[in-house]
Design a protein around this ligand. Structure first.
Ligand code: DX5
Ligand code: ZN
Length: 227
């Protein structure tokens, strides 16, 4: 597949949304391709967010697939709960999975798409030998835990390297970026090889129920970089 044919997907993160009005918030981002759901346990990352019961409630009202990003220790203990709650894609951090290949296989067998996530300091090689079990790779472009941080430009060569493996081996793996993504930098991430772009603050803030233009602008900026 040539670079210009690569499908760009925009995945707003609901982390910055108003959780007391989630149905309204979800309606405002339903022109996106995926809904990115950040699960944090207060241990792997300092912040604490939501668990399976809330994922289930989000699933009941969402019209787009849920891309669930598990920033939790020992994720293998709760994979089944997240898939049952409605996660379509389940992302686990390489740093939390001593048996990453096996854990990705379990996610697939449970019926979800598997995603391996890399912290900024984790080299691309951490996933080089699990490509046969992975449907998506997420390169964190900030240190996980909080929204609103700045995109780390030093992640671009890592994205290029992983895109080289995917295309070179003819694999159907999505390559996702998460953290500090906005209209000014999404083109650089897409040109490096990312095709799934998570955006929290740049889509959600300032609060508005008209978020379609922000989603469209991100998609156009990413596509323009591939033309
Ligand atoms: C960070 C989360 C992100 C976050 C992105 O730990 O994984 O998904 O919501 O937010 P922004 O786009 O504001 O960096
Ligand atoms: Zn995330």
């Amino acid at each position: 597949m040539s670079q210009s044919e690569r499908e760009i997907k925009i995945a707003p993160s609901i982390l910055a949304c108003d959780f007391m009005n989630m149905e309204r918030e979800l309606r405002s981002i339903e022109t996106a391709d995926l809904i990115h759901v950040d699960v944090m346990d207060g241990r792997f990352v300092p912040n604490l967010t939501i668990g399976p019961p809330i994922v289930r409630q989000i699933k009941a009202i969402a019209t787009r697939p849920l891309d669930v990003h598990l920033m939790i220790e020992a994720p293998e203990r709760s994979l089944e709960q997240y898939v049952e709650a409605g996660a379509d894609i389940v992302g686990v951090h390489a740093e939390t999975c001593p048996h990453l290949h096996g854990t990705l296989g379990v996610i697939r067998r449970l019926g979800a798409r598997s995603c391996a996530v890399l912290n900024p300091s984790t080299p691309a090689e951490a996933i080089e030998h699990v490509l046969d079990e992975v449907d998506q790779i997420l390169v964190m472009t900030v240190n996980p835990g909080f929204g609103g941080q700045s995109f780390i430009e030093a992640m671009l060569p890592k994205i290029e390297r992983i895109r080289g493996w995917i295309d070179g081996r003819g694999l159907a793996i999505d390559l996702e970026v998460d953290g500090g993504i906005k209209e000014e930098n999404v083109g650089r991430a897409a040109a490096a090889g990312a095709n799934v772009c998570v955006a929290g603050t740049s889509v959600v803030e300032p609060p508005s129920l008209d978020r379609k233009p922000r989603i469209d602008a991100l998609r156009q900026a990413a596509r323009a970089a591939l033309a």
